[in-house]
Design a protein around this ligand. Structure first.
Ligand code: ME8
Length: 520
């Protein structure tokens, strides 16, 4: 990552089924980090998108009696609509049927073919339709059978194209030793190292058109399309300007790359950690130009992974309609330690929102504006010799910026939220102990009352600004009521000008009550 740029991607979601809460979790997580880095003044490129090719999409389309292109397009719309609803602020959109992507994939295939990294061979064996891969004895369970995770398994024999994955195994093993920080959290790196040391054989990167037509044709053999993973992984560079006749984009790619890839725990091994890393090495990326991985856990429902096939899905769009997009964003980003699994609970969503936002920031905003309007006609002023308690709250507000930055840099957004919540809690306690409603009755305390109201307003502004990446609409609503712009890193020390007049309080965070019925 270049010092002034921040390139973040998510996985691209399969378009064989509509989005679920796990997809929403990942996009919100990446969005929070992208928005935070924009506040830091970084040139952010946030890329997300959809994985439109492959057997899963072809099969789903066949079941629906429409073409794969129509099917992928219809599901893609559902993803696009959901990301709009959730305020996902992606700068790029990776849809793998786009001509630019096809061109990039074909150019890379042609290059690998030219340098002898691809070869054609016949293979017969067991094939998992669900996972779209040949299986080996390693995949058999203790009973000698292929488990249910592989779906329907059939024995087939066919010629295909292979990528010399094994050629890059020694390099990858060494790389993982030398650069342990490239995978977060640590225990996933260990998992990857183990997998690399067990890697044997090459990667089949084609499917005969007779079996699967819905993919990108190999540029050197028209009877085949590209294996969906080989195609999909390339999105991270094709939509960032890797291949472009236009020199402008190539320059942008050089500025942006390498990326931080936000992915779920199921796709580090082998797809990203082994295939993608080896592909990048094969097309000439140096060790310094290798990406980093933030590997998040799963959202579970009653302990089981959310998935359509288990029938235990929660509809993220429905939740956003019911509770508001920001309530869902807040819950997903504040209530989960990145890297760990999370048990989805509507109850928890409401508890976190009500305690941190309705009773916390909302209450602080409301009482600040009420009292500023009642006692001071809405005008704020910080007297020169402010009392110690006021100075200490203002210092705490400023120090929270550093705590948030450290938490975000160490990929712990929930700790960033904790730091802001602690600040708001302190400010509410400060309000209780200073009791401005009492100060207002004593003309001798006029200066202290000014200082207390000022410190409360300033804290609201700091907290709302720091929470902007998490709850952007709500933060803007808070700033609107203060009649002030949100603060950004580097400008966080600016003081509210003397005589500034705040607006009237209107509830920004109405308490959430159990509404029920959000199951899809
Ligand atoms: O894997 N909780 O697509 P996908 C949290 N197209 N995250 C989850 C999840 C859950 N219950 N279920 C899935 C693919 N995810 C490929 C990616 S990238 C070049 C190609 C995450 O739709 C999953 O881990 O199955 C992945 O990061 C993303 O959602 C898309 O999953």
């Amino acid at each position: 990552m270049k010092p002034n740029s921040y390139f973040i991607t998510t996985a691209i979601d399969y378009t064989n089924a509509p989005p679920h809460i796990g997809h929403a979790y990942e996009k919100v997580l990446a969005d929070v980090m992208a928005r935070h880095q924009r506040q830091r003044g970084k040139e952010v490129f946030f890329l997300t998108g959809v994985d439109q090719h492959g057997q899963k999409v072809q099969q789903a389309a066949e079941r629906g009696g429409i073409s794969p292109a129509e099917f992928a397009e219809a599901t893609t719309r559902k993803f696009v609509e959901l990301w709009e609803k959730l305020g996902i602020s992606n700068d790029g959109w990776a849809a793998t049927t786009a001509p630019l992507h096809r061109k990039t994939v074909q150019a890379i295939l042609a290059e690998l073919h030219r340098k002898g990294d691809l070869y054609k061979a016949a293979h017969s064996g067991f094939y998992s339709v669900r996972q779209e891969q040949f299986l080996t004895d390693k995949e058999r369970g203790p009973d000698g059978q292929f488990g249910p995770e592989w779906g329907e398994v059939t024995e087939i024999s066919e010629e295909n194209w292979y990528f010399r994955l094994s050629k890059y195994q020694p390099w990858l093993q060494e790389f993982a030793e030398k650069y342990p920080a490239f995978v977060f959290p640590d225990f996933r790196l260990q998992e990857l190292r183990n997998a690399v040391s067990r890697t044997a054989g090459d990667l089949c990167i084609s499917r005969p058109k007779s079996r699967l037509a819905w993919g990108i044709e190999l540029p050197f053999d028209q009877d085949f399309v590209t294996y969906v993973w080989f195609d999909a992984l390339i999105n991270y560079i094709s939509f960032a300007g890797y291949l472009s006749e236009d020199g402008g984009d190539a320059a942008k790619f050089a500025e942006r790359w390498p990326a931080l890839h936000v992915i779920g725990k199921d796709i580090l091994v082998p797809a990203h950690g082994i295939y993608w890393m080896s592909m990048l090495k094969a097309i000439g990326f140096s060790d310094e130009a290798m990406p980093r991985f933030l590997v998040h856990g799963y959202i579970n429902l009653q302990g089981a992974k959310v998935s359509k096939s288990l029938g235990n899905t929660v509809d993220p769009g429905g939740l956003a309609d019911l509770y508001g997009a920001d309530a869902l964003r807040y819950y997903l980003s504040a209530d989960c330690q990145c890297g760990q699994d999370m048990e989805f609970s509507e109850e928890r969503l409401m508890v976190r929102y009500n305690s941190d936002l309705a009773n916390g920031l909302g209450n602080l905003l409301n009482r600040t504006l009420n009292m500023a309007n009642r006692y001071r006609g809405g005008e704020l002023r910080l007297p020169e010799n402010a009392p110690e308690s006021v100075c200490s709250l203002l210092v705490e507000a400023e120090e929270t910026w550093g705590k948030v930055a450290v938490a975000m840099d160490s990929l712990h957004p929930h700790l960033a939220v904790d730091a802001v919540v602690a600040l708001v809690t302190k400010a509410n306690r400060f309000a209780e102990s200073e009791a401005p409603w009492k100060l207002a009755k004593d003309p001798g305390e006029a200066e202290r009352l000014d200082a207390v109201l000022y410190a409360m307003a300033e804290t609201v502004l700091h907290a709302a600004s720091l929470l902007f990446p998490f709850v952007p609409e709500k933060s803007l609503a808070v700033a609107g009521q203060l009649s002030l712009p949100l603060l950004e890193f580097g400008k966080e020390k600016s003081r509210i000008p003397a005589g500034h007049r705040v607006g009237e309080p209107k509830p920004v965070f109405p308490r959430l009550e159990k509404a029920g019925a959000s199951d899809a």
